[in-house]
Design a protein. Structure first.
Length: 268
């Protein structure tokens, strides 16, 4: 399962989405995530689906690669759908002994599962198309007005960047540990759920030790170079908006207006 995690990794390919200003992509991701919780109808999902498929097509990230990242949350999806289907009251569709399925439960379970899938895919598209350095610069620039309130914006952006950088490193380390344990006869694919969970301990413990060691080495390296935050620092590649970035902002406004219109006037 650890091999299937693609969230937080940058996908190297030349595409119109990759060339956008990272600030535009951060704002687009926020607008998209907010829009997922505004509507509660099938019409809203149609608008979101068209928008998401357009972004995926323009990003040129393979759809199989995106779907691969959903495998680690499959159990969470099943639990979410299960509890919403069987614990929601309403018009009974099926009933057997203590098991009751309602139309409202089916609708709510489907909506929650779709919302979670769209949430993961949409947030993953940001990291697929934006490098950690670009993402750090975008977050720091967008939050810069908060510095007047003495908010440590640069420190926050740096923590986000380091966290994103650690994801592929830890995944590679986990794969090496799995291969090493498999060469010693460990089996992580067979047995019941409890046996698989016990087998995961032999992966998680050395992975935790390795991550702590890497974090300590990184902290010592930053201290030895007298790193003290972003005060007075300049950027080698300052961010600059282009015409296409303004057009994308306009598309985002139109998209959100469509979501609001669908929410208030179309109840399907």
């Amino acid at each position: 399962m650890l091999r299937d995690i693609t969230i937080g990794q940058f996908y190297h390919v030349a595409s119109p989405v990759h060339r956008l200003d990272p600030r535009v992509k951060v704002v687009a991701a926020l607008v998209y995530l907010i829009s997922l919780f505004v509507f509660s109808s099938f019409a809203g999902y149609i608008v979101v689906t068209v928008f998401l498929l357009t972004v995926i097509t323009l990003s040129r990230v393979p759809f199989s690669y995106i779907i691969k990242g959903l495998k680690p949350i499959l159990i969470l999806l099943l639990f979410t759908a299960f509890f919403n289907i069987f614990w929601t009251r309403g018009d009974v569709v099926f009933q057997w002994r203590f098991i009751t399925v309602t139309w409202q439960g089916l609708r709510k379970g489907l909506f929650m599962a779709m919302r979670l899938i769209y949430l993961i895919i949409g947030s993953s598209m940001l990291t697929y198309t934006t490098t950690p350095n670009q993402l750090t610069d975008a977050i720091e620039t967008l939050l810069k007005p908060l510095e007047k309130l003495h908010v440590p914006v640069h420190d926050f952006a740096m923590m986000m960047s380091l966290a994103l950088r650690f994801i592929p490193i830890l995944l590679d380390e986990a794969n090496r540990i799995i291969n090493a344990q498999s060469a010693r006869g460990a089996d992580f694919e067979e047995g019941n759920l409890w046996k698989r969970m016990k087998a995961m301990v032999s992966i998680l413990v050395p992975l935790l030790v390795s991550s702590v060691r890497r974090a300590y080495d990184l902290a010592m390296a930053m201290e030895s170079r007298c790193y003290h935050g972003g005060a007075g620092r300049t950027k080698m590649k300052p961010l600059k908006y282009r015409t296409v970035d303004g057009i994308v902002y306009g598309i985002l406004v139109i998209y959100f207006i469509m979501i609001l219109v669908v929410t208030h006037f179309i109840k399907i």
